[in-house]
Design a protein around this ligand. Structure first.
Ligand SMILES: Nc1ncnc2c1ncn2[C@@H]1O[C@H](COP(=O)(O)OP(=O)(O)OP(=O)(O)O)[C@@H](O)[C@H]1O
Length: 625
């Protein structure tokens, strides 16, 4: 919210001047003083006098009245109409879409200034025709933005749930869809206001807008142009006012975007997560450092990763959500990250890909990644450009919710083609052929036809397969899969796991980090497992060894909580994971642990290495069985 203070304050001053103009001690904006035409700035006329001796400051403020009320009025009117069209078209689709969004799009075929000229020629110059022209001009922009946002929201589970409940469609549109499309809408309004100010000034400059003697910035520029040699300052004031106001609206728009939409879009699919530029540490890591710290992990070595909440002045700012995580991944290996909800699995994988939301910050740690060409890079210190080069190419992601991850307004084949083209120097036709082949490879039947489908036209399992196809399109070295099977039914789950295993066999070099809650999945596909609890890795080792003899009471509890055949044998872990910022002074699992002794509650346990390939954070690991 702090980001908004500057643009909102500047706009508040401008709007206050505009609204309070009649009661301010200003000269009459139309009073002429011919003997003093073109007089420079003085105590009585701070910005000088114009070609009729009128006070320039007064006309500038009254000019803002005309320019801003036309711009804001038309932006709001267009927003109202465009939003209604976009919401209706996006929600009902079919014939409604044709008569709303598609009809509005016809306007986009006409050049903007030409359309405005047409309206003004028909209705004559003046305030209301200008508002009408600009409203017509901007309505399709809103309709398209809202339509795209509506399609996205419409496909989400909560809308489907509302429909399943039999809620009236208009109620869903107004109560569920509208609030969800507001962020892009608000941003669009500020963009349109800035653009409308420019068009209004342009038309007034051409003599087709505001009618003299009413002042407007466009008219002032037009008049000043003729007297540029006698009084160049006359051109400066309205130009500065125009440029300053537009810049302020653009700044507001930029800031609103980051405040209202904490999520962003990575390549390949539309996971709404904001990319973050972290404080550069040292992109290249000395090989001996990696060798020393993580000798066996040649592909990815995460060391001391700490992620904190970064909301200056906000509640909980500085709170550590992930605390000193170390983990290593070897070429061709599958590492499972397991743990209860909230243990930091997702944040750890997002940090590696540079996709942490803006409110989170990496406060310590490195993530040494060995690139295809053998160079070592620190992914934590990598900037956004560096991450973008790697993401979708060497490093790929598969997320839990494919319907949110795939762009709802583009066909599956197009999305796949774009990912291939973004990272490889091949022609579009070849990329398209490869996209279809990939869809076939991940088990989507009739791939040629399905490539032309939109995400919502595929089943959940097919969407997940399509997302996997996008992730492996450029044969990544590192695949991060965040609960890719959690949302699927058991049969499809098994098929997707088999697919990932198949793809791994085809690319034996590919390392996989697999985030899951499900220990049965870990047993099936992982080579090693990292157990996370309250933002820390509490145990790590080869799957077979960890399952045969866990070395941390939390791992024991997790294994015990897996239902085996009959649900009565399921043992729930008592208590709850401590909230970030409320960690106990000692071991974070101590309050829920049967083995805990006084020493456990005193200080956080260090890492112990019971065997060369295993580690645990438990003082009593010898006694844990
Ligand atoms: N954008 C965010 N803002 C504030 N806190 C967050 C944010 N994202 C995650 N957290 C917090 O960070 C902690 C770790 O979250 P994370 O999503 O990594 O857990 P997880 O182990 O992946 O859980 P799940 O299995 O439910 O996805 C949680 O306490 C969570 O509430």
């Amino acid at each position: 919210m702090r980001k908004l203070i500057l643009p909102v304050s500047i706009l508040a001053v401008i709007l206050a001047l505009v609204v309070l103009a009649p009661v301010l001690p200003l000269a009459d904006e139309r009073a002429m003083d011919i003997p003093h035409r073109f007089a420079g700035p003085s105590m009585a006329h701070w910005l000088g006098q114009d070609e009729f001796g009128r006070d320039v400051l007064t006309r500038l403020i009254y000019g803002a009245r005309a320019s801003l009320s036309i711009a804001i009025g038309s932006a709001l009117a267009a927003a109202l109409i465009g939003t209604a069209l976009g919401l209706l078209g996006g929600y009902f689709r079919g014939i409604v879409e044709l008569f709303t969004v598609r009809a509005a799009e016809i306007i986009l075929c006409l050049p903007p200034l030409l359309l405005a000229l047409l309206v003004v020629t028909i209705f004559g110059a003046g305030f209301w025709p200008l508002i009408l022209a600009l409203t017509l001009l901007y309505t399709p922009n809103y309709a398209r933005v809202v339509y795209a946002a509506t399609l996205q929201v419409r496909a989400l589970d909560f809308v489907t749930a509302q429909r399943a409940l039999g809620t009236h469609p208009l109620k869903i549109v107004l109560r569920t869809m509208l609030p969800n499309v507001l962020p892009p809408l608000v941003v669009q309004i500020s963009l349109v206001i800035a653009s409308a100010i420019v068009i209004e000034s342009g038309l007034s400059f051409l003599g087709l807008g505001v009618v003299p003697p009413t002042p407007s910035w466009g008219l002032m520029i037009r008049a000043a142009r003729g007297a540029m040699e006698q009084a160049p300052l006359l051109l400066l004031w309205p130009s500065v006012a125009l440029a300053g106001t537009i810049l302020t609206f653009n700044l507001l728009c930029d800031r609103l975007q980051s405040v209202l939409d904490p999520r962003a879009v990575p390549a390949g699919g539309a996971i709404w997560l904001r990319r973050r530029r972290t404080t550069p540490i040292a992109p290249r890591i000395a090989p001996d450092q990696v060798e020393r710290d993580h000798a066996p992990a040649d592909l990815l070595s995460v060391a001391g990763l700490t992620i904190s909440l970064d909301r200056p002045g906000g509640i909980g700012s500085g709170m550590e959500l992930v605390r000193g995580v170390n983990l290593g991944l070897r070429t061709g290996e599958t590492l499972a990250l397991v743990g209860e909800s909230g243990s930091g699995k997702t944040l750890t994988s997002l940090a590696v890909t540079g996709l942490l939301p803006d409110v989170l910050k990496i406060t310590a740690g490195t993530a040494a990644y060995r690139r295809r060409d053998g160079e070592l890079r620190d992914l934590i210190a990598e900037d956004e450009d560096g991450h973008r080069q790697l993401r979708g190419d060497e490093i790929s992601m598969v997320f839990q919710d494919a319907s949110a991850a795939l762009n709802p307004v583009h066909r599956i084949g197009e999305q796949l083609t774009e990912v291939i083209l973004a990272h490889r120097a091949i022609g579009r036709a070849a990329a398209k052929r490869e996209a279809v082949a990939l869809l076939g490879r991940v088990g989507i039947p009739d791939a040629e036809r399905r490539a032309r489908a939109y995400p919502h036209e595929l089943s959940g399992g097919q969407r997940q397969r399509a997302m996997i196809a996008i992730a492996v399109a450029n044969r990544p070295k590192l695949l991060l899969a965040d609960e890719p099977t959690t949302a699927l039914d058991p049969t499809i789950q098994a098929q997707i796991l088999a697919l990932i295993a198949d793809l791994k066999r085809e690319s034996p070099e590919m390392g996989v980090v697999f985030v899951t809650h499900n220990l049965a999945v870990v047993a099936e596909i992982a080579d090693r497992v990292c157990v996370m609890y309250a933002g820390q890795v509490v145990e790590e080792g080869p799957v077979a060894k960890v399952f045969a003899r866990p070395r941390h009471p939390y791992t024991v509890a997790l294994i015990g909580s897996v239902p085996e055949g009959d649900a009565e044998r399921l043992v729930a872990i008592p208590g709850a994971i401590p909230a970030p910022g409320h960690m106990p002074p000692g071991c974070s699992f101590a309050p829920r642990c049967d083995h805990a002794v006084a020493a456990c509650r005193k200080a956080p346990p260090p890492e112990f290495w019971p065997e060369p390939d295993r580690r645990t954070r438990c003082l009593r690991f010898e006694e844990v069985t």
